[in-house]
Write a protein that binds this ligand. Structure first.
Ligand SMILES: Cc1cc2nc3c(=O)[nH]c(=O)nc-3n(C[C@H](O)[C@H](O)[C@H](O)COP(=O)(O)OP(=O)(O)OC[C@H]3O[C@@H](n4cnc5c(N)ncnc54)[C@H](O)[C@@H]3O)c2cc1C
Length: 440
C-alpha cells in the first residue's frame, strides 16, 4: 500500500491502522469525510491485531456488547459485501464452527443465556451428558478453579461434571491481519489515505478543540477531529493529547500468549473442525487452526500472575516455556488425547485492558478527540460494528450532539438492534456484570 504525503489536512485523523482503526477509517470515509490514517508500523494490522485469535462469539456481560457482536457476525459472514471488495481480492474468512462455553461460577451459563435471549442470539444450554455426546473429545469433569502445575491438586480426579452454553453461529476469522488489510483497502477505495511509518507524538489544540496531530517527523496534519485507535499504545496517545482526567475506567496493556499445537483428531481436523471451547474452568480457550492444529489462549485465571506491561515497545513478544506448559497442560486435562509437543510454538501479544474488560468507544473532554480503546482482548470480532459506531459517534458529536448527556444509539444495519454507546462511555461506572476476564 503506497503512502501519500500530499494532503496535509483532513476532516478526521485516525491514529492506528489495526483492525478497529481500519474499520473506523472505512466507515468515516463512507460518511463523506476526508480521512488520514497514521500508523507507526509498516502496514495495517501489525500491532496487537496480528496476534489475535480472532474468535467470534456473542456472550458478553452487557446488552450492547451482545448486540454489537451479533451485528458484527453478519458483517463477517458477508465480509465482501461489507467491504464492497472486488471478487479478485483475497479476504480473511469467517469459519462458523460454533462455540462451547463451559458453565462456571465466574461466567454462569444462565446469565449469559438470558442476555442472548434478550438480544435474539440462537443458543443452546447443554447438560453434561449433552456436552459429552456433542463434543466427545472433551472430558466434562469440573477441574477448576484453575491451578498452577506445581499445585498437588492439579492432577486430582474430580467427579462432578460441567454443562455448557452452545453458540452455533460462533467461530473465528482465519487471518486477523489480512482482515485489517482488507478493511484498509476498503477505506482507501472510499477515499481514506494511509500514512505508514509515522508516529503521532503530539495532539495540537486551540483551547479545548483539536487542531491537528504532530508526527515524529515534525510535520503536522491539520484536523478538527482525531480518533485514538492505538490499541495497547492508547494510554500513551491519551497522555500526549492531555485527556483522561474524567475517565472513570482506566486502560493498561497486558501481555498474553497464544500457543499452537496439533489438535487431537477426536477434537478437530481440517475436514471436520471442532467448535471453539471457552473453558474458564481450567483458565483457557481453544480454537481450531489450519493444518490440523489448535490455538490455545488463556483467560486470566486467578492462580496466574497478570503480566501488566508499562513499556509497551519493550514487551517480550516471544512465547515462554512456563506459560506454554501451564496453558497447554491445562488443556490436556480437558482433552485427554492432546499430546504436548516439547517445544513451544505460538505468538505473544498485548491486550489494551479496561478496568472492567469492556471497551471505551467515546468522545473525550477535549472537543474533537475520540477514543476507540480498552478493547480488552475481546474486540476483534466487533471491529466491523465498532467502525460503524465510532463513525456515527463522530458524526453526531461534530454535528453538535451532546453525547455525554444523551448517548448516541446506533441501529445495526443487519439486525435492527439498538446499540447504546452509553455502555462504552469513559465516564460509566465500571461494569460490575463483567467476568473480569477476556470474556468481558
Ligand atoms: C493474543 C491476543 C488474542 C486475542 N484474541 C481475540 C479473540 O479471539 N477475539 C477477539 O474478538 N479479540 C481478540 N483479541 C483482541 C483484538 O485482537 C483487539 O481488540 C484488536 O485487534 C485491537 O485492534 P486495534 O485496531 O484497536 O489495535 P491494534 O491492532 O493494536 O492497532 C493499533 C495501531 O496503532 C498504532 N499506533 C499506536 N500508537 C501510535 C502512534 N503514536 N502513532 C501512530 N501509530 C500508532 C500501532 O502501530 C498499531 O498498528 C486478541 C488480542 C490479542 C493480543
Amino acid at each position: 500500500m503506497a503512502s501519500r504525503h500530499s494532503r496535509r489536512s483532513a476532516d478526521v485523523v485516525v491514529i492506528g491502522a489495526g483492525v478497529i482503526g481500519s474499520a473506523t477509517a472505512y466507515q468515516l470515509a463512507l460518511t463523506g469525510r476526508s480521512v488520514i490514517v497514521v500508523d507507526k508500523m509498516k502496514g495495517p494490522g501489525q500491532g496487537s491485531t496480528s496476534a489475535s485469535s480472532a474468535v467470534v462469539r456473542f456472550n458478553y456481560s452487557t446488552y450492547a456488547g451482545v448486540a454489537m457482536s451479533w451485528e458484527a457476525k453478519h458483517c463477517w459472514e458477508r465480509f465482501r459485501d461489507y467491504l464492497q471488495a472486488p471478487e479478485t481480492e483475497t479476504l480473511a474468512k469467517f469459519h462458523r464452527d460454533g462455540l462451547v462455553m463451559l458453565d462456571v461460577p465466574v461466567a454462569p451459563v444462565a446469565r449469559a443465556a438470558a442476555l442472548l435471549a434478550a438480544v435474539g442470539v440462537p443458543h443452546e444450554v447443554w447438560d453434561a451428558a449433552t456436552l459429552s455426546a456433542r463434543v466427545p473429545a472433551l472430558d466434562t469433569r469440573r477441574f477448576g478453579p484453575p491451578k498452577q502445575l506445581s499445585d498437588p491438586d492439579f492432577w486430582a480426579e474430580p467427579t462432578e461434571r460441567l454443562g455448557a452454553l452452545y453458540l452455533p453461529d460462533a467461530g473465528y476469522v482465519d487471518d486477523p491481519q489480512l482482515a485489517a488489510v482488507n478493511l484498509a483497502h476498503a477505506a482507501e477505495r472510499a477515499g481514506a489515505v494511509f500514512e505508514f511509518g509515522q508516529e503521532v507524538v503530539g495532539v495540537e489544540r486551540d483551547g479545548e478543540r483539536v487542531t491537528g496531530v504532530r508526527l515524529a517527523s515534525g510535520s503536522v496534519i491539520g484536523t478538527s477531529a482525531t480518533v485514538n485507535v492505538g490499541g495497547p499504545w492508547s494510554s500513551r496517545i491519551n497522555d500526549r493529547a492531555g485527556v483522561g482526567a474524567d475517565f472513570r475506567v482506566q486502560v493498561r496493556a497486558m501481555r498474553q500468549e497464544v500457543h499452537q499445537v496439533p489438535a487431537p483428531s477426536s477434537y478437530s481436523t481440517d475436514a471436520e473442525p471442532g467448535p471453539v471451547v471457552a473453558d474458564l474452568d481450567v483458565g483457557t480457550y481453544v480454537r481450531p487452526s489450519a493444518g490440523g492444529n489448535m490455538l490455545i489462549g488463556g483467560t486470566e485465571p486467578e492462580c496466574d500472575p497478570l503480566q501488566w506491561v508499562d513499556d509497551v515497545d519493550g514487551a517480550n513478544l516471544n512465547v515462554t516455556v512456563d506459560r506454554y506448559e501451564a496453558q497447554v497442560t491445562r488443556v490436556a486435562r480437558r482433552f485427554p488425547e492432546l499430546e504436548v509437543p516439547p517445544t513451544p510454538r505460538g505468538v505473544a501479544g498485548l491486550y489494551d485492558v479496561a478496568d472492567d474488560w469492556t471497551p471505551i468507544y467515546d468522545r473525550t473532554a477535549l472537543d474533537g478527540f475520540y477514543v476507540a480503546i480498552g478493547t480488552s482482548g475481546n474486540q476483534f470480532k466487533n471491529a466491523p460494528t465498532a467502525g460503524v459506531c465510532t463513525a456515527q459517534l463522530v458524526a453526531a458529536v461534530e454535528g453538535g450532539h451532546d453525547h455525554d448527556a444523551e448517548p448516541v444509539v446506533v441501529t445495526g444495519a443487519h439486525t435492527g438492534l439498538a446499540i447504546d454507546l452509553g455502555t462504552f462511555s469513559r465516564r460509566r461506572p465500571p461494569n460490575t456484570s463483567s467476568t473480569g476476564t477476556v470474556i468481558g
